[in-house]
Design a binder for this molecule. Sequence first.
Ligand code: ATP
Length: 234
Amino acid sequence: MLAVRGLHVYYGEIHALKGLTLAVEGEEIVALLGPNGAGKSTTLKTLSGLLPPREGRITLLGESLVGVPPHEIVRRGIAHVPEGRRIFNRLTVLENLEMGAYIRRDGGIAQDLERVFALFPRLKERKAQVAGTLSGGEQQMLAIGRALMARPRLLLLDEPSMGLAPVLVEQIFETVRDINRQGTTILLVEQNAAMALSVAHRGYVLETGAIMLSGAAAELRENAEVRRAYLGES
Ligand code: ATP
Protein backbone atom coordinates (compact mmCIF):
# COMPACT_ATOMS: atom_id res chain seq x y z
CA MET A 1 0.00 0.00 0.00
CA LEU A 2 2.69 2.46 1.10
CA ALA A 3 6.25 2.35 -0.22
CA VAL A 4 9.01 4.69 0.91
CA ARG A 5 12.44 4.57 -0.74
CA GLY A 6 15.63 6.45 -0.03
CA LEU A 7 13.97 9.30 1.86
CA HIS A 8 16.14 12.24 2.91
CA VAL A 9 14.59 15.00 5.05
CA TYR A 10 16.31 18.04 6.54
CA TYR A 11 15.45 20.72 9.09
CA GLY A 12 17.73 23.43 7.74
CA GLU A 13 21.19 21.91 8.15
CA ILE A 14 19.97 19.02 10.33
CA HIS A 15 19.82 15.82 8.32
CA ALA A 16 16.93 14.05 10.06
CA LEU A 17 16.13 11.18 7.65
CA LYS A 18 19.06 9.58 5.87
CA GLY A 19 17.81 7.30 3.14
CA LEU A 20 14.83 5.84 4.96
CA THR A 21 13.22 2.88 3.19
CA LEU A 22 10.15 1.04 4.41
CA ALA A 23 6.89 -0.48 3.22
CA VAL A 24 3.45 -1.04 4.69
CA GLU A 25 1.12 -3.62 3.11
CA GLY A 26 -2.66 -3.34 3.14
CA GLU A 27 -4.34 -4.45 6.42
CA GLU A 28 -1.09 -4.53 8.36
CA ILE A 29 -0.17 -2.88 11.63
CA VAL A 30 3.48 -1.85 11.31
CA ALA A 31 5.39 -0.50 14.31
CA LEU A 32 8.14 2.10 13.91
CA LEU A 33 10.39 1.95 16.95
CA GLY A 34 13.51 3.84 17.93
CA PRO A 35 15.07 6.14 20.50
CA ASN A 36 14.28 9.83 20.99
CA GLY A 37 15.37 11.90 18.05
CA ALA A 38 15.70 8.92 15.67
CA GLY A 39 13.31 10.50 13.18
CA LYS A 40 10.05 8.69 13.87
CA SER A 41 7.85 11.80 14.03
CA THR A 42 9.73 13.26 11.08
CA THR A 43 8.82 10.17 9.07
CA LEU A 44 5.10 10.54 9.82
CA LYS A 45 5.16 14.29 9.13
CA THR A 46 6.81 13.66 5.78
CA LEU A 47 4.26 10.98 4.86
CA SER A 48 1.39 13.35 5.62
CA GLY A 49 2.92 16.14 3.51
CA LEU A 50 3.91 18.46 6.35
CA LEU A 51 7.64 18.22 5.55
CA PRO A 52 9.09 18.10 2.03
CA PRO A 53 11.67 15.37 1.36
CA ARG A 54 14.84 16.57 -0.34
CA GLU A 55 15.28 13.18 -1.98
CA GLY A 56 13.44 9.89 -2.20
CA ARG A 57 10.12 8.39 -3.21
CA ILE A 58 6.83 7.92 -1.40
CA THR A 59 3.98 6.09 -3.11
CA LEU A 60 0.50 5.21 -1.89
CA LEU A 61 -1.15 2.49 -4.00
CA GLY A 62 1.42 3.20 -6.70
CA GLU A 63 0.88 6.98 -6.86
CA SER A 64 3.55 9.43 -5.79
CA LEU A 65 2.86 11.61 -2.75
CA VAL A 66 5.96 13.79 -3.07
CA GLY A 67 4.92 17.42 -3.46
CA VAL A 68 1.25 16.64 -2.82
CA PRO A 69 -0.25 19.08 -0.25
CA PRO A 70 -1.44 17.73 3.12
CA HIS A 71 -5.20 18.12 2.50
CA GLU A 72 -4.86 16.18 -0.76
CA ILE A 73 -2.91 13.45 1.02
CA VAL A 74 -5.83 13.13 3.47
CA ARG A 75 -8.17 12.87 0.49
CA ARG A 76 -6.00 10.10 -0.97
CA GLY A 77 -6.34 8.10 2.21
CA ILE A 78 -3.72 8.96 4.82
CA ALA A 79 -4.78 10.40 8.19
CA HIS A 80 -2.23 11.42 10.83
CA VAL A 81 -2.74 11.48 14.60
CA PRO A 82 0.15 13.71 15.66
CA GLU A 83 2.22 13.49 18.80
CA GLY A 84 0.51 15.53 21.52
CA ARG A 85 -2.92 15.00 19.93
CA ARG A 86 -3.52 18.58 18.69
CA ILE A 87 -7.26 18.52 19.15
CA PHE A 88 -9.29 21.74 18.98
CA ASN A 89 -9.55 22.56 22.69
CA ARG A 90 -12.35 25.08 22.44
CA LEU A 91 -14.57 22.99 20.22
CA THR A 92 -16.82 20.23 21.50
CA VAL A 93 -16.08 16.54 21.01
CA LEU A 94 -18.67 16.38 18.24
CA GLU A 95 -17.29 19.48 16.50
CA ASN A 96 -13.77 18.01 16.61
CA LEU A 97 -15.03 14.82 15.00
CA GLU A 98 -16.87 16.78 12.34
CA MET A 99 -13.66 18.66 11.55
CA GLY A 100 -12.07 15.30 10.76
CA ALA A 101 -14.55 14.83 7.94
CA TYR A 102 -14.15 18.31 6.45
CA ILE A 103 -12.63 17.08 3.19
CA ARG A 104 -15.49 14.73 2.50
CA ARG A 105 -18.52 15.29 0.32
CA ASP A 106 -19.99 11.80 0.50
CA GLY A 107 -23.00 10.70 2.51
CA GLY A 108 -21.21 8.34 4.89
CA ILE A 109 -20.31 10.81 7.61
CA ALA A 110 -23.16 9.94 10.01
CA GLN A 111 -22.29 6.26 9.70
CA ASP A 112 -18.62 6.94 10.45
CA LEU A 113 -19.59 8.99 13.48
CA GLU A 114 -21.47 5.97 14.77
CA ARG A 115 -18.40 3.82 14.10
CA VAL A 116 -16.23 6.18 16.16
CA PHE A 117 -18.80 6.22 18.97
CA ALA A 118 -18.91 2.40 18.92
CA LEU A 119 -15.11 2.24 19.19
CA PHE A 120 -15.04 4.95 21.89
CA PRO A 121 -18.35 4.97 23.86
CA ARG A 122 -16.80 7.57 26.18
CA LEU A 123 -16.75 10.07 23.31
CA LYS A 124 -20.46 9.52 22.71
CA GLU A 125 -21.22 10.23 26.36
CA ARG A 126 -19.18 13.41 26.14
CA LYS A 127 -20.01 14.60 22.67
CA ALA A 128 -21.24 18.02 23.83
CA GLN A 129 -18.25 18.57 26.16
CA VAL A 130 -15.56 21.09 25.28
CA ALA A 131 -12.54 19.03 24.21
CA GLY A 132 -9.99 20.95 26.28
CA THR A 133 -11.68 19.68 29.46
CA LEU A 134 -11.31 15.97 28.55
CA SER A 135 -8.78 13.75 30.33
CA GLY A 136 -5.55 12.84 28.50
CA GLY A 137 -6.89 9.41 27.56
CA GLU A 138 -10.13 10.88 26.25
CA GLN A 139 -8.19 13.44 24.22
CA GLN A 140 -6.18 10.62 22.65
CA MET A 141 -9.42 8.80 21.80
CA LEU A 142 -10.74 12.01 20.26
CA ALA A 143 -7.58 12.53 18.20
CA ILE A 144 -7.85 8.98 16.83
CA GLY A 145 -11.60 9.36 16.28
CA ARG A 146 -11.09 12.60 14.40
CA ALA A 147 -8.57 10.94 12.09
CA LEU A 148 -10.98 8.05 11.45
CA MET A 149 -13.64 10.55 10.34
CA ALA A 150 -11.54 11.09 7.20
CA ARG A 151 -12.12 7.37 6.50
CA PRO A 152 -8.41 6.68 5.92
CA ARG A 153 -6.94 3.64 4.23
CA LEU A 154 -3.76 4.23 6.23
CA LEU A 155 -3.73 5.66 9.75
CA LEU A 156 -0.48 7.16 11.07
CA LEU A 157 -0.36 7.10 14.89
CA ASP A 158 2.37 9.05 16.69
CA GLU A 159 2.93 7.89 20.29
CA PRO A 160 -0.69 7.14 21.22
CA SER A 161 0.38 5.86 24.66
CA MET A 162 2.27 9.01 25.64
CA GLY A 163 1.39 10.27 29.10
CA LEU A 164 -1.38 7.75 29.71
CA ALA A 165 -1.89 5.47 32.72
CA PRO A 166 -1.20 1.78 31.99
CA VAL A 167 -4.87 0.79 32.00
CA LEU A 168 -5.63 3.44 29.38
CA VAL A 169 -2.65 2.38 27.31
CA GLU A 170 -4.11 -1.14 27.21
CA GLN A 171 -7.47 0.25 26.12
CA ILE A 172 -6.01 2.41 23.38
CA PHE A 173 -4.01 -0.49 21.95
CA GLU A 174 -7.03 -2.78 22.10
CA THR A 175 -8.90 -0.20 20.05
CA VAL A 176 -5.99 0.13 17.62
CA ARG A 177 -6.37 -3.61 17.04
CA ASP A 178 -10.13 -3.24 16.50
CA ILE A 179 -9.62 -0.41 14.00
CA ASN A 180 -7.19 -2.62 12.09
CA ARG A 181 -9.61 -5.58 12.15
CA GLN A 182 -12.22 -3.31 10.60
CA GLY A 183 -9.87 -2.90 7.61
CA THR A 184 -7.68 0.14 8.30
CA THR A 185 -3.93 -0.22 7.77
CA ILE A 186 -1.83 1.33 10.56
CA LEU A 187 1.70 2.70 10.88
CA LEU A 188 2.38 3.10 14.58
CA VAL A 189 5.19 5.12 16.15
CA GLU A 190 5.78 4.15 19.79
CA GLN A 191 8.20 4.51 22.65
CA ASN A 192 6.36 1.67 24.35
CA ALA A 193 8.01 -1.04 22.25
CA ALA A 194 6.55 -3.97 24.17
CA MET A 195 3.01 -2.75 23.63
CA ALA A 196 3.65 -1.81 20.00
CA LEU A 197 5.13 -5.24 19.19
CA SER A 198 2.21 -6.94 20.91
CA VAL A 199 -0.29 -5.43 18.42
CA ALA A 200 1.88 -5.05 15.30
CA HIS A 201 2.40 -7.63 12.56
CA ARG A 202 5.79 -6.24 11.60
CA GLY A 203 8.19 -3.62 12.85
CA TYR A 204 11.10 -1.39 11.89
CA VAL A 205 13.76 -0.01 14.19
CA LEU A 206 14.89 3.48 13.23
CA GLU A 207 18.17 4.91 14.51
CA THR A 208 19.58 8.32 13.53
CA GLY A 209 17.46 8.63 10.43
CA ALA A 210 17.78 5.16 8.89
CA ILE A 211 16.29 1.70 9.40
CA MET A 212 18.64 -0.51 11.40
CA LEU A 213 16.49 -3.59 11.74
CA SER A 214 13.14 -4.90 10.51
CA GLY A 215 11.12 -8.06 10.77
CA ALA A 216 8.00 -9.77 11.96
CA ALA A 217 6.89 -8.47 15.36
CA ALA A 218 7.48 -11.90 16.91
CA GLU A 219 11.06 -11.94 15.56
CA LEU A 220 11.78 -8.47 16.86
CA ARG A 221 10.47 -9.43 20.29
CA GLU A 222 13.06 -12.21 20.37
CA ASN A 223 15.91 -10.11 18.98
CA ALA A 224 18.67 -9.60 21.57
CA GLU A 225 19.38 -6.01 20.53
CA VAL A 226 15.69 -5.05 20.62
CA ARG A 227 15.27 -6.73 24.00
CA ARG A 228 18.19 -4.84 25.43
CA ALA A 229 17.54 -1.42 23.92
CA TYR A 230 13.75 -1.27 23.71
CA LEU A 231 12.22 -3.88 25.96
CA GLY A 232 14.26 -2.98 29.02
CA GLU A 233 15.84 -6.42 29.38
CA SER A 234 19.47 -7.07 30.13
P1 ATP B 1 10.82 11.72 19.67
O1 ATP B 1 10.27 10.45 20.13
O2 ATP B 1 11.72 12.36 20.66
O3 ATP B 1 9.82 12.66 19.07
P2 ATP B 1 11.58 11.06 16.99
O4 ATP B 1 12.20 9.76 16.64
O5 ATP B 1 10.17 11.26 16.64
O6 ATP B 1 11.84 11.32 18.52
P3 ATP B 1 12.07 13.40 15.43
O7 ATP B 1 11.19 14.29 16.22
O8 ATP B 1 11.59 12.91 14.13
O9 ATP B 1 12.50 12.16 16.32
O10 ATP B 1 13.50 14.13 15.24
C1 ATP B 1 14.52 13.66 14.38
C2 ATP B 1 15.68 14.64 14.39
O11 ATP B 1 15.28 15.89 13.84
C3 ATP B 1 16.21 14.96 15.77
O12 ATP B 1 17.60 15.11 15.67
C4 ATP B 1 15.54 16.27 16.12
O13 ATP B 1 16.33 17.03 17.00
C5 ATP B 1 15.45 16.94 14.77
N1 ATP B 1 14.26 17.81 14.69
C6 ATP B 1 12.98 17.46 14.88
N2 ATP B 1 12.14 18.51 14.72
C7 ATP B 1 12.92 19.56 14.42
C8 ATP B 1 12.68 20.95 14.14
N3 ATP B 1 11.43 21.43 14.11
N4 ATP B 1 13.76 21.73 13.89
C9 ATP B 1 15.00 21.24 13.92
N5 ATP B 1 15.31 19.95 14.17
C10 ATP B 1 14.29 19.12 14.41
